[in-house]
Design a protein around this ligand. Structure first.
Ligand code: GYE
Length: 316
């Protein structure tokens, strides 16, 4: 596809290309890594002027940030959508202003004609990977599962929930005891796990956290209650993101499985913008692929067993 609004994106010789990035917030290590990656890639040296707004996980604030980018006449707008719903009006406004929009990281419910390109990961597939790994490891044994979801209405949470549920539906020996949002934060993960422990202590053997920070909070709550987890523990702990610290815990055998989600996406977004700038055909959809990592001593068809080398290669 070629953007209809190309003229707006083309800057005069020597000018910096202005990018407005409506970032979700600073809820997780994943997010911090993603923000830093945009700052590194969309630098003045590379010919860009980046306005990154931290929307603090507030949907109204994010819509306002995008509207400000439109008013300021940014050359390009990049949105990492907090919520998947509710984008039509503001996307129409961007389109009317002739500003190309790239949706990054998460998905939205709007028709693809409402924006120019999408770059991101596949949370549904991540959820399926977590489920397949669990089925392989349990090999027919019973599972009593507690799930700590990501932020309500975020595609990263919806996809992971749905993908995992898809596998869960094939296993009558599995039961989801409860599933609550921890808002993708460590504090949220800890609070949800504390309340789960009050209700379900002694009844669960699997905890699924939809990001690493939630897992750290859940680990603190289980530590405080004397519940063991990880390799050789009472509870199998599954996490998502596979950031550096998450993989450290995986290498240490505290997290059994960490399903990767790569926050390093800015170079790919820049590639799309360069194609748009050149008036070339550009990638309307780019999927950043992920793998999964499990603790030493675990062999899996669905995950790579962690090593020191893998951890050493993980910068974020
Ligand atoms: O998993 C979580 C972050 O949208 C994929 O958002 C991203 C998610 C990531 O807060 O840690």
């Amino acid at each position: 596809a070629v953007a209809a609004s190309m003229a707006v994106g083309v800057s005069a010789e020597g000018d910096l290309i202005t990018i407005g990035y409506a970032q979700v917030g600073h809820e997780s290590d994943w997010r911090t890594a993603n923000t830093k990656n945009y700052e590194d890639v969309f630098s003045e040296e590379n010919g860009y002027e980046l306005s990154l707004i931290d929307c603090d996980n507030d949907n109204a604030k994010q819509l306002e940030a995008v509207r400000n980018f439109i008013t300021q006449g940014m050359d390009y707008i990049v949105i990492a959508p907090i919520q998947s719903a509710g984008w039509d009006t503001v996307l129409q406004e961007a389109q009317d202003a002739g500003i190309p929009v790239i949706i990054a990281d998460r998905e939205i419910e709007a028709d693809a004609s409402m924006y120019d390109a999408w770059v991101g990961t596949a949370p549904y597939d991540e959820g399926v990977t977590a489920g397949n790994w669990l089925a392989e490891q349990l090999d027919g044994a019973e599972a009593k599962i507690l799930q700590i979801e990501g932020s309500v209405g975020a595609s990263a949470a919806i996809g992971r929930t749905d993908g995992f549920a898809e596998v869960m539906a094939e296993h009558s020996e599995w039961e989801l005891l409860d599933s609550q949002s921890g808002d993708f934060t460590q504090d949220g993960g800890q609070a949800v796990m504390e309340s789960f422990i009050k209700t379900y202590e002694g009844q669960f053997n699997v905890v699924v956290c939809q990001n690493d920070n939630e897992a750290y909070g859940a680990m603190d709550a289980m530590d405080a209650a004397g519940i063991t987890y990880g390799v050789g523990g009472d509870v199998i702990l599954i996490s998502y993101d596979a950031t550096h610290d998450g993989l450290q815990y995986t290498l240490d055998g505290k997290i059994n499985l960490d399903v990767e989600c790569n926050p390093i996406q800015a170079e790919t977004v820049k590639g799309v913008i360069e194609q748009m700038e050149a008036g070339e055909d550009f990638e309307a959809t780019t999927l950043i692929t992920d793998e999964a990592f499990c603790a030493p001593g675990i062999e899996s068809e669905f995950a790579t067993t962690m090593t020191e080398e893998i951890l050493a290669g993980r910068a974020y």
